[in-house]
Design a binder for this molecule. Sequence first.
Ligand code: GDP
Ligand code: MG
Length: 673
Amino acid sequence: MIQAALIGNPNTGKTSLFNKLTSSYEYVGNWSGVTVEKKVGQLRDKTGQLTDLPGIYTLLPITRDEGVAVSYLVNESPELLVNIVDASQLERNLQLTIQILEYGKPVILGLNMIDVAKSNGLAVTPEVLAERLGITVIPLVARTGAGTDFLLEQISLPHHDSPQFNLNYGDRLEKAISLISRELMTSPPQNTDISSYRWLAIQILENNPVVISSLSSYANLNQLLAIQKNVREEFISEGMTESLHDHIRSIRAEYIHQVCSEAVDASGKKPHSLTEKIDAIAAHPFWGIPLFLFTMLIAFKLTFDWLGDPLSDLLDGFISGAFSQSATQLLIAVGASSFTQSLIIDGIIAGVGGVLVFLPQIFILFLMISFIEDSGYMARITVMMDRLMQLAGLNGKAMIPFIIGFGCNVPAIMASRSIEQPKERTLTMLLIPLMSCSARLPVYALFAGIFFVRQQAVVVLSLYVLGIALTLLLAKLFSLTLFKDKHSFFLIELPPYRMPQSATLLRSTWEKGKGFLRKAGTFILGGTVLIWLLTYFGPGGSNVDMDQSYLAVLGGWFAAILQPIGFGTWQSGASLVTGFMAKEVVVSTMNIIYHVPDMPGLQHQIAQFFTPLQAYSFMTFVLLYTPCLATVGVLRKETSSWKWTLFSVAYSLLLAYTISFIIYQGGRLIGFV
Ligand code: GDP
Ligand code: MG
């Protein structure tokens, strides 16, 4: 059984290859930082195991996910490394390759993205690379799978040769390298089976913290560090200002440049690649953000006006028409009691069905977000937003959790683990619930569909933007008061624009959306049954009038408090309380409360209870108030603090009330009702 690992720069197609070689499905994204933990899978031909590592630019780790890859090399000592490089960015990618060659274990070079290189007018000759680096080089297009069968064959060979690669770093460094190697040879460190002392020596000279700490129990470590210090001082005394690491890097760069000039024919290189042309407009420092808002507006137009609503209406017609009728007939045929009939028809079908009708909107929006992510556009937005985020005191790394938060806040809070600074991490986790997750979408779709028929897209977009604006504002406030700390900086690599592949696109849409379906079968179903029971029973007995039910009593407690923000009815109070289970349940509750048997258009009912201004205030409240049960649970787990969990619940309630108050009372002042 062979133990092989995929290693390479971020965004070079490692995970795509991993999926092809092991027939598994891991998240592929046109991003760096998508794979933050290593993943292990069995090779398709069952000859061994393959590990997918997070992307790294160099073995010198800066972030924790980069550390994952380096500690893997130091501690787990794989038998075979498959180094994936992007053929269209060869010079930059080979920096890591050299360090991997020095590591001394067998290496296969996967020359990926041959298609991209070709369309940029670059012709790479694999044979020249193979000869200069002394290893097998296999051209690949991971996206289509071209070359992957041959790669799998090569990985599965019973024997692999170690590379014989020696780059000369100049007399002074070479002397230090052999001094360190000799020291290691005379008294070998225990607990490490790194075969190449030369590699260890170079890493020590580069001051690699992971490598040095792996030697912490080595008795002669101080001698090694003394040698490193000596060379450094020698260089300084000669007037050199760059660090040893930079010096080593530039020697490698010179060598790489020479190799590339032989292996890459750039004579047909296009002067302006498509990516540069698009970026001149899309990543414009001034127009970039407005253009993004416009893109999102189009996305919402598609989600609601153009595609989603017509589909949703069809679904609604089916569920509240044919489906309900057949269910009723079936129940009568089997002789179900009127209690059971009502539970199923007026409770479950009205409540769960009322949420499910918004499935088209949710999946269309996710499809659009997946497209924006995988095309490479989202990475530009991240960079443009980064400046704003820094001003607000947030780590740019928070962008990725925030974007995940538009799908669901729960995985978003978990994704904040990639932020190392504990304070920045807590700050990010506290703000994630302000990202408008998909659970709130049915509420918007319901209300905007009734009260803002012509401006649905604009109204919904305004709620998303409100969430983001409040995030930035609160981030500033919290970081000035609760989290005084200097923040670390953020670096994201801009990937080239790519036309997303439909299979990947559908897959990631499904990954985002399946949680919604799962919730429909669990939380929403359970909530619906509970709510229906609360409407069926009341202090006066069973099958009571809705206004006399326990739900009315419960909602009534809150009606007075909600009066100043525009919806002081027991119905609104009850929906919001039950919505704590999951925000979709707000819609289920309303469907049950306002359900009139044999009258599909719930629309008409709600329209009598709200004015457009009240409806907007209500949507805002749903956006901002207490995160759902699952989010609160994961917050507690990830912050391991009740204090912060309660703080999150409290501040969001306060915020929701304040903003809705301003909207409702402000709206009335300027003449709305
Ligand atoms: P990783 O970060 O190295 O794991 O890279 P991913 O596998 O997540 O891929 C990054 C992006 O490159 C995705 O959008 C892939 O669809 C795309 N991609 C991967 N391999 C190729 C290829 O050979 N050609 C092209 N055109 N795109 C590719
Ligand atoms: Mg990956």
